[in-house]
Design a protein around this ligand. Structure first.
Ligand code: GLV
Length: 330
């Protein structure tokens, strides 16, 4: 008998079909967002789950489903998983690194540029029919080329953004991270390590790409925003909760900083109401990895992980991107 898996959110039908070659699949083409009791119910009898960032796998869900063996996230971030709780119960967790790096970096750069050059704000003005004449300081923003790019979180995506800034736009790149990069990677990215305070003080354009963890909660709040240049922009493509959205909305309203670009929010899909009121912020609905090719590659990699983890396919027993590979060891 085929093992059963849950595909907890809607996904490409072709990917569901691939999973059906190996598993009894309960999918969710209507894309209902299950609350915890419903998720627990749907997971009954399932050996694996294909998840996205909105599907929380914690100790309560695991304890109610002791037959679960693998949870495969279609995302590089995995703060929706309690990985230690999974490891303690022998449940494998996987994510989708690498396949989205360049696409996400493109988007981070686009959001930063849109904030710096006031693209959304000026488009809204035009659409409101308010454009009656050209004038010399109309929607003047700040330059990207030659400016200082600050990267907070220098993993794969941070490095890809740094390369775009240094090699494509002649930016000076500084970064802050848990640890310094190896010298060869620093020189590929033309990036210099600085402490967090210097990063905040010196960046013309600060891009946040660090993973979320409880320790990262409100890593950027009012005190940090107060250190930034009044002409600076802040872009968050990492996770909601790293930035204190209420403090950011105040800083934008008071022109403490010039502009922001946000793709992620505390408590998303809800957006802090004060952010909706300030014009100098570009707001997008968590779409940094959203190109057709990349979303498909992410879905395929999550499926590869699920198939291999449950002992099928060419990589049987060796899922490509495990987060807690220690549970695979005999
Ligand atoms: C998206 O936010 C991801 O983590 O892949």
């Amino acid at each position: 008998m085929k093992p059963s898996v849950l595909v907890a959110r809607a996904v490409f039908p072709e990917v569901v079909e691939r999973l059906r070659q190996h598993f009894e699949v309960e999918d969710n083409p209507a894309d209902e967002v299950f609350d915890k009791p419903e998720l627990i119910r749907r997971l009954q009898g399932k050996a694996g789950a294909f998840t996205t960032g909105s599907v929380v796998i914690d100790a309560e869900v695991l304890d109610a489903n002791p037959q679960l063996k693998v949870v495969a996230n279609m995302a590089v971030g995995y703060n929706n998983f309690d990985v230690p709780a999974c490891t303690a119960r022998g449940v494998l967790c996987t994510n989708t690194p690498d396949v989205l790096t360049e696409t996400t970096a493109d988007f981070g750069f686009a959001l930063m540029m849109a904030a710096a050059r006031r693209i959304s704000e000026s488009e809204h003005y035009l659409r409101r029919g308010e454009w009656h004449k050209w004038f010399y300081d109309q929607f003047t923003g700040s330059d990207i080329h030659g400016a200082t790019l600050g990267v907070l979180g220098m993993g794969r995506i941070g490095q890809a953004i740094a390369r775009r800034g240094a090699l494509g736009f002649g930016m000076r790149v500084i970064y802050h991270n848990r640890s310094c990069l190896a010298p060869d990677i620093e020189s590929q990215c033309r990036a210099t390590y600085v402490d967090k305070e210097r990063l905040l003080r010196e960046s013309d354009h600060l891009v946040i790409v660090m993973p979320y963890s409880p320790a990262a909660h409100h890593a950027i709040g009012a005190p940090e925003l107060a250190l930034m240049k009044p002409t600076a922009t802040l872009t968050n493509i990492a996770r909601g909760g790293i930035v204190d959205d209420a403090a950011l909305a105040r800083a934008l309203a008071d022109k403490r900083i010039a502009a922001a670009g946000l793709d992620v929010y505390e408590g998303e899909p809800a957006v802090h109401p004060d952010l909706l009121k300030v014009p100098n912020v570009v707001l997008t609905p968590h779409i940094a990895s959203a190109t057709v090719a990349t979303r498909r590659a992410m879905a395929d990699l999550a499926a590869d992980n699920l198939i291999a983890a449950l002992g099928f396919g060419p990589n049987a027993g060796k899922p490509p991107t495990p987060l807690n590979p220690e549970v695979l060891r005999p």
